[in-house]
Design a protein. Structure first.
Length: 177
């Protein structure tokens, strides 16, 4: 079995190629498949658009996303569409890993606080003003009120529709909609 690594973008390097090669061979054999030629391409999104014109018959594809998004959130990326496109082009199996992809708008914060309220206050304080819709102080107030409103519980005998309308009305009033 031959495994080839193609590094299409300078700076993208794969560590421990031999370890990955051995693991891939083991997995292929364990699945009862016949080892053949496997090409692993490390590339950028621009180059991926060019690759998109090709067919992927019987390819096993790993999509690894990392870095910081210049705008938006990870959920804005149409991962399912990308994966379905690869399957439509004949891919045998597609894996996705976006664990190291972070958003500029909301990056992970570390806190040593112990109570839920302290953690909420720390998170709100860290991110206040990032949306740019309100000033930082107003965003803090709104975020705390939204947490309070979203913690409402359905009252005994209250219909689901009435409960939802009550929450919706309070959120609308808070956001002045």
């Amino acid at each position: 079995m031959a495994i080839y690594f193609h590094e299409e973008k300078p700076g993208i390097r794969l560590k421990e190629k031999r370890k990955l090669t051995n693991w891939l061979k083991d997995v292929i054999l364990e699945e009862g498949k016949i080892p053949g030629v496997l090409n692993i391409i490390l590339t950028s999104d621009r180059h991926l658009k060019e690759i998109n014109k090709e067919d992927f018959n019987d390819y096993i594809i790993t999509l690894r996303f990392f870095g910081t998004l210049s705008s938006g959130r990870q959920s804005d990326i149409p991962f399912n569409e990308i994966i379905n496109l690869l399957y439509d082009k004949g891919a045998y199996f597609v894996m996705k890993n976006a664990n190291k992809l972070v958003s500029k708008e909301f990056e992970e914060i570390k806190t040593s606080k112990s109570s839920v309220e302290e953690i909420e206050d720390t998170a709100i304080g860290e991110h206040a003003g990032q949306l740019g819709v309100f000033n930082a102080e107003r965003e803090k107030e709104i975020a705390k009120e939204l947490i309070r409103v979203m913690a409402y519980e359905k009252e005994d005998g209250e219909k689901t529709a009435d409960f939802e309308n009550r929450v919706r009305a309070d959120v609308d009033a808070l956001l002045e909609l």
